[in-house]
Design a protein around this ligand. Structure first.
Ligand SMILES: Cc1cc2nc3c(=O)[nH]c(=O)nc-3n(C[C@H](O)[C@H](O)[C@H](O)COP(=O)(O)OP(=O)(O)OC[C@H]3O[C@@H](n4cnc5c(N)ncnc54)[C@H](O)[C@@H]3O)c2cc1C
Length: 415
């Protein structure tokens, strides 16, 4: 697209404002029963419905290239749209991992066919994607996966197990990192596959969490047949694809992805309730301690916003190395922890005794049960600190007994 034909951000913003007001439901009218973990299937159906609405209005995939179904505009256009969309019910659950992680990775590393098929279908609201990375043996040592695929003529046969896959049961395709060569060191023998989630041989089990959610899944792959064109990138080049995926994951977790349908959390309205409204509800708006907490939260969020902008600009301009996205990922988790603590402090005993109405003090207690999720999802904060120290600050790498050792000679599950 030539520079002349690009719609200015301000024109785009005003066109988006008009369209949103005429077409998208207001946030205050949304059906909050969809936040109930028991209604998860209905919540995913609603996500698809809202994404279809965005697509039909011509506002889906603002920063994705036009040839794959997007609008081919800039991250500033996306930021303007996201800001305008804040008062509306948006298909936020499609952001992570479908658009901001999986589609972004396919855009960078996939074949032309994969880009056209998978990105287009996601933008139309027809398909959702999931990440099949973590395994029961541990998620931090991602390059040590033992789920395997073996070549059999024209097809690959997949066997193994994955776990902690958010929303797998509702998804259509999974980006699945597996071992295809055991005779080379761990990073060199991996391949990324696009696996149809409901293919013969895939068994999905939902895991119930302490807060009642069954969002997490574990999957078992038993002789799943995959065609050769299910490979994303190169055979045995899966680590390059996974690295790009982790980059997009950190970027998304840090709030810096341009590939979103809007901003916000999309799962629970607890975190979106203004703190002053919560304080008002529990009769503590005049409490000086509470006012201090509200101020602290505001300050942290402002710092986060500026950090995201600075790191995003640094990455785009090449002033910061790719692993710097771990800084926003780490700060995002710390912001979430503090937010969760502050909400609990303000709600006080009502967090335990209050009614479980959304949003409200009773839900704050339930929300607190999920406090640690943000420090593991998207890779743990400890691993983010490792990345920052080793690959941004250039500090010495930690010792690894399996470095440069053929994977079939690495001791598995032994001291
Ligand atoms: C909300 C949420 C969503 C998720 N979604 C997905 C998903 O969609 N798909 C998917 O595949 N996975 C997903 N996960 C799993 C997530 O990626 C893993 O939980 C994470 O990578 C850590 O792996 P683990 O839980 O197996 O912990 P482990 O790897 O067993 O680690 C245990 C602890 O040891 C620490 N540790 C491990 N190695 C080191 C080291 N070298 N240096 C310092 N500390 C270390 C870790 O930080 C952690 O605290 C999700 C998790 C959460 C909480």
């Amino acid at each position: 697209m030539s520079t002349e034909s690009v719609e200015s951000v301000e024109d785009f913003r005003s066109r988006a404002r008009t369209w949103l007001a005429a077409n998208m439901p207001r946030l205050e009218d949304r059906d909050t029963s969809l936040d109930d973990p028991e209604n998860d299937d209905a919540s995913w159906a609603r996500t698809r419905e809202l994404q279809k609405l965005l697509w039909s209005g011509g506002f889906a995939g603002i920063a994705f290239p036009r040839e794959y179904g997007g609008l081919g505009l800039t991250r500033e256009h996306q930021r303007a749209f996201s800001a305008e969309s804040a008062p509306y019910e948006m298909p936020l659950r499609i952001n992570v991992p479908t658009l901001a992680i999986c589609a972004a990775t396919i855009l960078d590393m996939g074949s032309e066919q994969q880009k056209r098929d998978r990105i287009g279908a996601a933008l139309r609201g027809d398909e959702l994607m999931v990440q099949f990375l973590s395994e029961p043996r541990g998620g931090s040592d991602l390059a040590g996966v033992t789920t395997k695929a073996e070549r059999d003529g024209d097809v690959w046969i997949l066997n193994g197990a994955k776990i902690w896959s958010s929303g797998a049961y509702a998804a259509d395709y999974g980006l699945c990192l597996v071992r295809t060569d055991w005779s080379v060191p761990k990073h060199a023998g991996l391949t990324m596959f696009l696996v149809p989630v409901h293919e013969k041989g895939v068994t999905i089990r939902r895991i119930r969490q302490v807060n009642g959610s069954t969002e997490f899944c574990e999957e078992f792959f038993d002789d799943v047949m995959l065609p050769a064109d299910a490979v994303v990138g190169e055979v045995n080049g899966g680590w390059a694809v996974a690295s790009r995926q982790l980059y997009w994951e950190r970027t998304a977790m840090g709030g810096g992805s341009p590939y979103v349908s809007g901003v916000g959390r999309g799962v629970s309205s607890v975190a979106d309730q203004p703190l002053w409204a919560l304080a008002d509800e529990v009769g503590r708006l005049d409490d000086p301690k509470v006012r201090e907490l509200i101020g602290e939260s505001r300050a942290i969020h402002l710092v986060q916003e500026h950090l995201v902008r600075r790191v995003t600009a640094g990455l785009a301009g090449g002033h910061l190395p790719g692993p710097s996205a771990s800084m926003t990922r780490l700060f995002h988790a710390e912001t979430d922890w503090r937010d969760s603590d502050i909400r609990l402090e303000i709600a006080g005993s009502a967090a335990v005794t209050g009614p479980l109405e959304e949003p409200g003090p009773g839900k704050v207690g339930e929300f607190f049960l999920n406090r640690q999720a943000g420090s593991l999802g998207g890779g743990s904060t400890e691993m983010a600190r490792n990345v920052i120290s080793e690959r941004v600050l250039g500090m010495p790498r930690e010792y690894a007994a399996d470095r440069d050792v053929p994977f079939n000679q690495v001791k598995q599950g032994k001291a």
